[in-house]
Design a protein around this ligand. Sequence first.
Ligand SMILES: C[S@@+](CC[C@H](N)C(=O)[O-])C[C@H]1O[C@@H](n2cnc3c(N)ncnc32)[C@H](O)[C@@H]1O
Length: 410
Amino acid sequence: MYKLYPYFTNDGSVGLFSPVADDIYHSTYGALTEAYEKFILPSNIKNYLKKNNEIKILDICYGIGYNSKSFLNLLIDFIYNETIYTDNNINIDEIYTNNKKLISSKKSVRNEKKFKVYIHAIDNDKNLALLSPFFVNGENINHRNSQLSFKQEKIQRMLSEKIIRKFKLKKEVNIILLLNLINQIDNDIIEILKSKEYKQFFDKDLMRLMAFLKSVESKYTFFTCLSAFLHNIYYKYISPSYKNALNTLKLLDFNFNLNISDARQAVKNDTQIYNYIFLDAFTPAKCPCLWTLDFFKLLYTHLDNDGMILTYSNSALVRNAFLNAGFHVGKIFSESANKFTGTIAVKNNSLIKYELSEYDLGLIKSKAGIFYRDENLNLSNEAINSIHKSDVQNSNLISSSRFIKNYKNS
Ligand SMILES: C[S@@+](CC[C@H](N)C(=O)[O-])C[C@H]1O[C@@H](n2cnc3c(N)ncnc32)[C@H](O)[C@@H]1O
């Protein structure tokens, strides 16, 4: 059976580890918090929603979907209570404590616009993407088991005892995703969902709803237990979250396209132009194929003139690749962490709030800025790394360590 390495991150949301990539999928600081702070808040999507009624998002490396989910969470808040967003200095804590009020009744809808929303989510791991609606949001976790069920000392060290809960994901978001993915959920996924090993990480309500939706399809016989079935009917008719999810879908023209393939191929075959592109690949050294100059040139052709690519990477070679692909490049600043936590790439320079500093530009011109290449968008990560290694070895540019030393002494 497909093996998962889940654990609870410091905000209570589930994070994953990949032994193959030897990398974490999500920050130990908080998987959900990371999605908000690195992708949703710096994108200023709420401002975009005020002015437009159509939005197209390309979620590259969807994984278990935190970036798309955080966007949907914000969108639901927006359509049910736009007025809360009229203040530019929005108080995020206030928004999230008011969640229940915002979606408690259809009467609270103040936004008359019907939004047309298209999300193109790409990942090459089918299982993760199809499991995405089922992960718990950690609300009921009071005493987190600090022992990981797998050996990973680096992660273990970074997990704190205290859960820092800043953002709350509405159940409606997972229900909306489930309704969109139900036809693709197969027996492999159900096997994983039923596994005792992962029990604490999956939301029972969503599993019951899935069982109900599958049972009414009547093709599937895996949940034949009568009591579960009756419970599902009960769930369907009384669950406020289910009703809210359906009401929300009525207010939207919503199209969610899950594309299971290599992101390079998926984007090559795509014809859409996006307002926002979330690039959330594993770190450049682990997954260089999604950080190359050539991939970024391809992304350029899919970004709206006022669109924005967002990524968590601060790497000089990533920034240099964006610049060489024709983008203007800026930084993402996290107020809570009081540091720069990522990079944005845009065509319209005026969208940049935090410019690259003299230091950043200097580093880009050193060997640290030598970017990855993959001219035909088909090389393996190993081949890209090996070309990069020889590019660095053959370069006459100043080394990054010398540049940093000179900079500090200047
Ligand atoms: C850092 S994780 C993304 C986390 C994700 N955004 C989330 O919210 O769960 C990186 C993801 O990239 C996917 N991936 C790795 N190589 C890929 C490729 N060439 N094309 C598409 N997806 C890829 C992995 O399956 C993994 O889900």
